[in-house]
Ligand binder design. Sequence first.
Ligand code: AMP
Ligand code: ZN
Length: 115
Amino acid sequence: MEDCIFCKIVEGKIPSEKVYEDDEVLAFKDINPAAPIHILVIPKKHISMLTDLKESDELLIGKIYTTINKIAKEQGFEEQGFRVIANCGKDSGQEVMHIHFHILGGKKLGAKIVG
Ligand code: AMP
Ligand code: ZN
């Protein structure tokens, strides 16, 4: 997808601090971290947002969550816990139109999910 920064990261045209990669999924550190641990997990395939998901994407999205589990174990923050957030559309403030899952942690997160 042209002009998609996350597609460019997948293609290696924009650098990123990679945390995990396989043929379908990529995880990298957020450039502007909102918490001590802030990792973005994306499918390599371009999907703009949650509302574009199709039934044929179900396995891929399941894999995103098992990858998050893998990353939490590998990076050693499984025990302390973390939060996963996916923004979708205008009201959520989604800035990058390539579906992504924020892993946030490394400190006690506020009880409020909505600020
Ligand atoms: P969202 O508001 O859910 O669309 O989040 C987009 C996230 O992408 C923000 O937390 C940004 O800091 C992050 N971001 C934007 N560009 C880059 C980049 N080149 N590398 C890593 N993270 C990025
Ligand atoms: Zn993309």
